[in-house]
Design a protein around this ligand. Structure first.
Ligand code: OAD
Length: 251
């Protein structure tokens, strides 16, 4: 069985990293156009850097939770059974990797990397960024930015993601509100190609009706239970899915 999983901020919420659109979420408190666009970075780099510096410091003291660990078990378990997991995340944290996932596609980039706009080099980065810091590679000051995707920029690795999506037996979205495209469109793309879809979220998202199935509650509880079920199911590739039990609203 081939599964493609898309994770969002809800997967890391119980690790203490805030979400964006929930009450108290980052975009409920701040205007994303002032903190997460190329224009904001050009006009007010200090404010933009400060926001990412704070998030980087939070990340460095955060730990993966049971949802991250369950997805790492899913990757290994599917591989043992001749299947695969393609894990694609909108999250810029590294908690999937720290939980043991071997292959993670960060479509919105990575907070623990910086990129030099002068020489194009991307490098690991755990310190605060500022316009004074010179690029370690080309020595140009002022060119370093977080290696993240801002509004108005192209998400990364989209060809590989669509290949995996259209070759999958099951698409599962975990902890994402489905507000930001192109990720928000994966469920319709999958269903248009006859691929089963499942949403795992604290509560039904605005996209919930587009999914075949939904499982609701904290990711740290629902994801491990779902992974157990997937790994103990008899795979049935001719049905394009697996023989699952206990779906909340199978369609
Ligand atoms: P959102 O904040 O939009 O949505 C988070 C989702 O997680 C919501 O549907 C919550 O109900 C759910 N949630 C919260 N806590 C949860 C928990 N403990 N268990 C399960 N679900 C939980 O975050 P994303 O959908 O990830 O992009 O946002 C997508 C993109 O918008 C981000 O990658 C970021 C943001 O702007 C950029 O900055 C480009």
């Amino acid at each position: 069985m081939k599964i493609i999983a898309l994770t969002g901020a809800g997967a890391s919420a119980e690790s203490g990293l805030g979400t964006f659109r929930d009450k108290d979420g980052l975009w409920s408190r701040f205007d994303p156009m002032k903190l997460a666009t190329p224009e904001a970075s050009a006009h007010n780099p200090d404010e933009v850097n400060a926001s990412y510096n704070m998030r980087r410091q939070n990340l460095l003291s955060a730990e993966p939770n049971a949802a991250h660990r369950a997805l790492a078990r899913l990757e290994a378990g599917l591989a043992e059974r001749g299947g695969s997991l393609f894990l694609c995340t909108q999250n810029i944290d590294d908690l999937h990797e720290r939980a043991g996932s071997q292959q993670v596609v960060h479509m919105h980039g990575e907070l623990l990397k910086a990129r030099c706009t002068a020489c194009g080099e991307t490098m690991p980065w755990h310190e605060d960024l500022s316009v004074e810091v010179p690029c370690p590679s080309c020595r140009c000051p002022g060119g370093l930015r977080p290696h993240v995707v801002w509004f108005g920029e192209m998400p990364l690795e989209m060809d590989a993601i669509y290949d995996a999506l259209l070759g999958a037996d099951l698409f599962v979205a975990i902890g994402t509100s489905g507000s930001v495209y192109p990720a928000a469109g994966f469920v319709s793309e999958a269903r248009g190609h006859g691929i089963r879809t499942c949403e795992i979220n604290l509560e039904p998202s605005g996209n919930a009706r587009r999914f075949n199935e939904g499982r609701y509650g904290p990711a740290s509880e629902v994801v491990p239970a779902w992974v157990e079920q997937v790994l103990s199911s008899r795979f049935s590739s001719d049905q394009g899915g697996f023989t699952a039990h206990g779906s909340s609203h199978p369609k």
